[in-house]
Design a protein. Structure first.
Length: 292
């Protein structure tokens, strides 16, 4: 069993980006600029956005953080999005989800200029991904693909089973893994209502757990030599920790890991890659690799 170290891989990617930014600046080009909009004071969102700001510093990017309280109106937020769309210095930006219930997430996502949509959530980017066209790919699926690539894990012709059908992970990852230029795999997507879920998992050469249930995947669901990618990050109460909780993945790691050829830990697996991929998307936006 080999552990897939997402933390080390993400650090290597950020170092590569920092070197590229140095060359850009030396050539008289501006450094990439990522902006983030944060509404309210949700702990998870605060941590995630702060990590993005830190990642920008490591990569040599310019970063901007725009904050609103929970009572911000939808009109105010949409006006902010319009300003960021029009700001030529901002290469890409994200509106941190989830949003307060009185604001339509879909309306906000669709208001973002798809050419600056480094989260990859805009319907144009989602559609282009499905059609196999260049686009911004949402960070977690892109991070999974990058881990598989950097660890030289063969995907072509392999059976890939994805647990979870979310718009952020399951669906885009399925599209990537089935496309010839990316995963070139045979893909099955399972969810909580899949009658043969356990049997499908047992057949997987590559099993991706993104179902949001801690320790859902057990040893009897995985065949010997499988590659297991754990996307889950659920906070579970733990009074022995100073924070009062620990992170649990969707995979029961201790019993599943001995059966695997490769496996990602939680934390330190897919999580760090998500922010690294956001940085890669921002670099692509700055270089206008996908859209003129």
């Amino acid at each position: 069993m080999q552990l897939i170290d997402g933390k080390a891989t993400a650090a290597a990617i950020k170092a590569e980006l920092a070197a590229e930014v140095e060359k850009m600046v030396a050539a008289g080009q501006k450094c990439p600029h990522l902006a983030a909009v944060l509404i309210g004071h949700d702990g998870g969102s605060e941590t995630y956005v702060n990590n993005k700001v830190k990642a920008c510093e490591v990569c040599g990017f310019k970063s901007s953080l725009i904050r609103y309280e929970d009572d911000v109106t939808e009109e105010e937020l949409l006006a902010c999005v319009a300003r960021l769309n029009a700001d030529t210095d901002v290469d890409g930006f994200i509106v941190q989800l989830p949003l307060p219930k009185h604001i339509s997430e879909q309306k906000v996502i669709e208001a973002i200029d798809y050419r600056k949509d480094v989260d990859g959530f805009h319907p144009i980017n989602v559609g282009r991904l499905g059609a196999g066209l260049p686009c911004f790919v949402s960070a977690t699926p892109r991070g999974i693909l990058e881990l598989l690539r950097r660890y030289n894990i063969e995907t072509s012709g392999k059976k890939c089973v994805i647990l979870g059908r979310s718009n952020i992970v399951g669906k885009p990852l399925a599209s990537l893994m089935m496309q010839k230029q990316y995963g070139d795999s045979t893909v099955t997507v399972c969810h909580s209502h899949s009658v043969t879920l356990k049997e499908e998992c047992q057949r997987a050469d590559i099993l991706v757990a993104a179902i949001g249930q801690p320790e859902f995947v057990t040893a009897d669901m995985v065949h010997e030599g499988a590659v297991v990618i754990d996307v889950g990050t659920t906070r579970v109460a733990d009074e022995t920790r100073s924070r009062g909780y620990r992170l649990r993945g969707d995979v029961k790691f201790d019993e599943v890991a001995p059966k695997c050829s490769y496996i990602t830990p939680v934390p330190g697996g897919v999580g760090p890659m998500t922010i690294a991929m956001l940085m890669l998307n921002t670099m692509s936006a700055a270089k206008k690799e996908f859209y003129d």
